[in-house]
Structure formats: C-alpha cells, structure tokens
Design a protein around this ligand. Structure first.
Ligand SMILES: Cc1cc2nc3c(=O)[nH]c(=O)nc-3n(C[C@H](O)[C@H](O)[C@H](O)COP(=O)(O)OP(=O)(O)OC[C@H]3O[C@@H](n4cnc5c(N)ncnc54)[C@H](O)[C@@H]3O)c2cc1C
Length: 321
C-alpha cells in the first residue's frame, strides 16, 4: 500500500484502475523498474469479478472465477514491485516536478504525483435498475454473451435491447440456447437492416415487443423475468435461465474528459501505442474506443500502454537509448 503525499517525489507511472488492463500495465511498468502505483477503484471492482467463470483466457484451460483471475494479476504485478492503493480518482491536474512536466492524481483526500498517467478505468454496462437484478448478476444475469453464452447450452434465454449489440448477441446466443427471446420496449428494432433480417429469419429468436422488465425472480439463480407491455399495461412472466442485458455501456471516463479526447460515446481515443490526445497520458482496456472488450484485449492494451509510458519517462529523464 502507498501513502505518498504531494511533497514526495512523483511516481514514474500512476495507473488509474485495478482491472486486467491496469494490473497488466502495472506488471509491465514495475518489471521495467519504473516506480509505479496503481490506484484501484474503491466503490466498484473490475467488471470481470462479476462473472463466476472465465473460460476464454488463454493458459487456464480449467477456467477461473473473474475474482480469482484479478487476484492472480494483482499478485503477479505486486511481485514485480507494483504499489497499490484503493481510492476513486476524481481529478487529475497538471503539475511540474522541478524541470519536468507531470501530473497530480487526486483520489479521495489524497494526491499522488506522476510523470506519466495510464487511464484503465474500464466501463460499466447500464443496468435495468429493477428488483432482483443486482443479486442475480453472474447467476443468470449477464452483460456479455461472448463470455457467458456457452454456459446456457440447451437452455432458454432472453436478451434485453433492440440495438446492434443486442441483436448481434442474440444471434450469437442461438448457437447455444434452444430459444432466445428479445425483449424490446418498442415495436421495432433499432439494429441495422442486415442484423434485423438475420434475426427475423432465425427460428430460435422470438420477440417480446413493447415490453419492459419490471423484476427478476430467482433464489440462487435466475428463474423468471416479469414483463410489462408498455402499450396495454398487461403483465406476464417469462421463464428463462439466462438474461443478457444490452441497453448500453458507460465508460468510466468522466473525471478525465476535460483532458483527453473522447469519442461520442465517451470512450478515450488512443493510437496503436495507447497514447491519448495528451502527451504523458496513456489509456488502455475497456475505457478506450475499440471493437472487442475482453480480458485478453485489456491485458494486451495494458502491456502496450506501459511500454509507451516507459519510453515517455525515459525520454523525459534523458535515459532513452
Ligand atoms: C458479467 C461479465 C462477464 C464477463 N465475462 C468475460 C469473460 O468471460 N471473458 C472475457 O474475456 N471478458 C469478460 N468480460 C469483459 C471483461 O470483464 C472486460 O473486458 C475487462 O474486465 C476489461 O478490463 P479493464 O481493466 O479495462 O476494466 P475493468 O475490469 O472494468 O476494471 C476497471 C478498473 O478501474 C477502476 N475504476 C473505475 N473508475 C475509477 C476511478 N474513478 N478511480 C479509480 N479506479 C477506477 C475499477 O474499480 C476497476 O478496478 C465480462 C464482463 C462482464 C460485465
């Protein structure tokens, strides 16, 4: 644990986020002998801790719980000298350190000096906000068909949403499930034509139009979804083993948007080296604009971001060769 104050020497790298991206960045930076701190969010854990079983991370054929995987990443990074502290970062500000440019990262009442910063704050799927949802996440309720779809082989599942992601994931789920019901609050899909056509042509896909979810029921695992027709007010119950919610994703980037460029969804735009629009600030993982949001891609991004930060700091210190 670290308790650096503003008067101390700055860290070479301060990483914001303690998920796969941040911890991999931390491992690479610390292993390169950079003085490195990872500030892990206090109010939310890495998204991957929400899932009971990760079976698509290479090298672990038996799979692991998301929580276990993150613990392994942390143990390995700390073993190379990564310092960690818990706290929610609310701001970063510019701060020169002697002749050198740098940053100050504010987390709660504490401030941490940095020559470079890596943003690895991930994203959070928007939730329905209905009774039963929180306790059933990872127990039938999922936000990731790529990750959890194979767990529902020969079962009936439902998907909430009508956009491209919802329909793409519904189509993917038909590889495993016997029946996929798409629950959509309107009477037509927002998804692009080609996806709509594929969904309508798929005999495993059914639609609950003009419907919203009022509540989820189940003790240990999801058992049924309570629906309401928004046009008639009629209620009904849908018995499913899995419910996949795709009503949008919110990147955890609001404290940094005054500094780094983001796309229209709020994701940080980076180049192939994970460099943001601001020299000295790098970003990696699910908080960045990219196509595939998975543990493996977050780790790859984290390694690249750390290497870029290393080159930046060495250049700044006149140690580049
Ligand atoms: C239910 C579920 C199941 C999934 N299953 C799989 C799977 O089987 N396989 C797979 O490859 N992927 C899976 N994913 C996707 C995977 O979880 C993400 O792609 C991955 O976690 C992204 O890593 P990350 O480090 O970028 O972000 P995250 O894992 O979200 O970590 C973000 C970190 O930033 C911290 N943070 C956020 N805001 C702040 C702040 N202001 N200050 C300080 N810290 C902050 C958080 O506390 C957290 O430590 C799943 C996702 C979900 C939701």
């Amino acid at each position: 644990m670290s308790d650096q104050t503003a008067s101390d020497a700055p860290y070479d790298v301060v990483i914001i986020g303690g998920g796969p991206a941040g911890l991999t960045a931390g491992m690479y930076a610390a292993r390169a002998s950079l003085r490195t701190l990872a500030i892990e969010g206090a109010s939310a854990l890495s998204q991957i801790t929400a899932t009971d079983f990760v079976e698509n991370y290479p090298g672990i054929p038996a799979g692991a719980t998301g929580f276990d995987l993150v613990e392994r990443f942390r143990t390995q990074a700390v073993g190379f000298g990564l310092e960690t502290v818990s706290g929610d970062v609310t701001a970063i500000t510019r701060k020169p350190w002697g002749q050198t440019d740098g940053w100050e990262v504010v987390a709660g009442g504490r401030r941490f000096g940095a020559l470079s910063v890596i943003l690895a704050t991930g994203a959070a799927w928007r939730r329905l906000g209905v009774p039963g949802e929180e306790k059933l996440i990872g127990r039938g309720v999922s936000f990731c068909a790529t990750c959890d779809g194979p767990l529902f082989r020969d079962r009936e599942v439902a998907v909430v949403g009508g956009g491209d992601t919802a329909i793409q994931e519904a189509l993917y789920l038909t590889r495993f499930a016997t029946k996929v019901t798409v629950i959509h609050r309107r009477d037509r899909l927002r998804a692009t034509a080609i996806l709509r056509e594929r969904a309508f042509a798929n005999e495993k896909i059914f639609f609950a139009w003009n419907s919203v979810v009022d509540a989820l029921d189940g003790d240990d695992v999801l058992r049924e979804v309570r629906l309401r027709d928004v046009t008639t007010g009629a209620t009904s119950v849908l018995a499913v083993s899995g419910l996949f919610i795709f009503i949008g994703l919110n990147p955890n980037t609001s404290p940094f948007r005054e500094w780094v460029a983001v796309d229209k969804g709020g994701y940080i735009t980076v180049d192939a080296n994970m460099q943001t629009s601001v020299p000295g600030i790098f970003a990696c993982g699910d908080c960045t604009a990219k196509r595939l949001r998975q543990v493996i891609t977050a780790c790859g991004d984290g390694a690249t971001a750390a290497f870029s930060a290393q080159l930046y700091v060495e250049e700044m210190k006149g140690e580049a060769y």
